[in-house]
Design a protein around this ligand. Structure first.
Ligand code: NAD
Length: 450
């Protein structure tokens, strides 16, 4: 039975997890035991917990949980105890969790504005880190995570799980080997419109008793809690931005390009493989919604690289047709000798309708080097081996992919094309450089390490 990410907190989910635990094999010795703690688990964090509880070797313990929502925290504690027979240690303040000696690895699925700080605090507390996408809320803090991983010698895994897809790993190796010539354009798109409608409007109101709004805001400047005054089609929510709709507020989220988009951006950067761009242009708007959302639901972004190649990225939450019947999110790569569409394969440029295209067969000896399991298993493997190369991607690659989303948003918000120095990670534009980082709230600053 497959659980959706919102189904973990519920009695049926607990039964499934308990059943999974009974199927586990031998428990490893204390030296190999990895004690993980998940931070933020209203939605995605439950997939982390479930992933660790279901691991077959029995050497992974969900030893800690942290959330600023008291209901989520208490429920999660009960569910994990029921599933594993061990009560996890519960934390409200992630800083206490990161200082705890009883945890080996932290996984975090808080809103985006906390990601880099949790990752760095975790490493400073001696822990390896699985950090949800995007690893950063701005370019500067992403670079600090890269520096922290080097400084503290910790494993950092980024939550773009396509990097653990064996077919994609094989095909990316082929692309990098020149199988369809030199890649001249890489393209990613997100045309999701389910769960992407109006988010309504809000006004300052009382903070629910179970939520620590100050800790939720963390590195963002303190603002009043907002409740909804105009609802968005009956969706029940604690607040205007909480949960989930924070994606559409620049203080906490990075818009759709940094929400679903960062998955496709990561694939695009993986295949394009040119590092940082030298120029970025982005335009669009938030159309067809009468709401307080700040971020665009229609956005086209173009990145140019030193060699003249381009990466194009589109967000269209109003909807679209499905390119090559490829679903509402996708990627394609155009080389000098042919093109590649994720999920469809390699093709020649022969003229004709899509269904008449000539496929280029994948060579029989082309293999994926990943039969190491899903993203959570690969994280645990890397934690045990102490090799970042056993994780699906480097921290630098995670930074580069996330930085693309941030660069696109800066160009969009300024409404002009920007030149970027990828070495210095600075624009040639003073106003744009102010948006490379943020003013961190006192007590929640991301440490400068680079
Ligand atoms: N990899 C994937 O496929 C995938 C899928 C969905 C979401 N995500 C990512 O996961 C993250 C969470 O998304 P979501 O939809 O679950 O959001 P959500 O708003 O539903 O849940 C966030 C949780 O974090 C908690 N939280 C906030 N600040 C905290 C803090 N300082 N300490 C501890 N807990 C804190 C909240 O109380 C809440 O329970 C996002 O960054 C998102 O991009 C990844």
């Amino acid at each position: 039975m497959k659980l959706s990410r919102r189904q973990f907190i519920g009695s049926s989910a607990a039964a499934v997890i308990v059943a999974g635990m009974k199927a586990q094999g031998n428990v490893l010795g204390a030296n190999n035991r990895v004690r993980v703690a998940t931070v933020g688990f209203n939605g995605r964090g439950n997939a982390h917990i479930k992933g660790f509880l279901e691991m077959k070797d029995g050497g992974v313990e969900v030893a800690g949980l942290c959330d600023v929502d008291a209901n989520v925290l208490a429920n999660g504690g009960k569910q994990v105890e029921k599933a594993s027979g061990r009560a996890p240690k519960l934390f409200k303040d992630v800083r206490e969790l990161c200082a705890s000696q009883d945890i080996d690895a932290v996984t975090t699925a808080t809103p985006n504005h906390w990601h880099s700080l949790v990752a760095i605090l975790g490493m400073q507390g001696g822990k390896d880190v699985y950090v949800e996408k995007p690893m950063s809320h701005n370019v500067w803090e992403g670079r600090q995570v890269v520096a922290a991983a080097q400084k503290y010698g910790k494993i950092v895994q980024h939550g773009t799980q396509s990097r653990s897809n064996p077919t994609l790993i094989r095909d990316m190796k082929l692309i990098h080997s020149g199988f369809i010539g030199q890649i001249v354009e890489s393209r990613g798109y997100v045309y999701k419109n389910g769960n992407r409608g109006s988010i309504g409007r809000g006004t300052p109101g009382p903070v629910p008793a179970w939520l620590d709004w100050s800790l939720w805001q963390g590195p963002a400047q303190e603002k009043p809690f907002y409740v909804k005054t105009i609802n968005s089609g009956g969706k029940k929510q604690a607040g205007m931005w909480v949960p989930y709709d924070w994606h559409y507020n620049w203080e906490y989220g990075n818009g759709e390009i940094g929400n679903q988009g960062v998955h496709q951006m990561d694939i695009a950067c993986w295949g394009h493989n040119r590092g940082m761009p030298t120029r970025v242009h982005s335009a669009g708007g938030r159309f067809g919604m009468n709401d307080d959302g700040m971020t665009p639901n229609t956005q086209a972004t173009t990145f140019a690289y030193a060699d003249g190649s381009i990466l194009t990225f589109e967000v269209r939450n109003l909807g679209s047709f499905q390119e090559m019947d490829g679903g509402d999110c996708g990627n394609s790569f155009f080389g000098t000798k042919g093109f590649y569409v994720v999920g469809k394969g390699f093709f020649t440029y022969k003229q004709g309708r899509m269904d008449q295209r000539e496929a280029i067969p994948v060579p029989k000896d082309a293999i994926s080097d990943s039969d190491e399991g899903n993203a959570f298993q690969r994280f645990v493997n890397a934690v045990r081996s102490r090799k970042q190369s056993d994780a699906p991607m480097s921290v630098l690659d995670a930074h580069i992919s996330c930085a693309h989303c941030h660069l696109g948003n800066i160009a969009y918000r300024l409404g002009r094309s920007l030149e970027f120095d990828g070495q210095a990670e600075r624009f040639k534009d003073a106003e744009a450089n102010k948006m490379i980082s943020r003013d961190y709230r006192k007590g929640f600053a991301v440490p400068q390490l680079a």
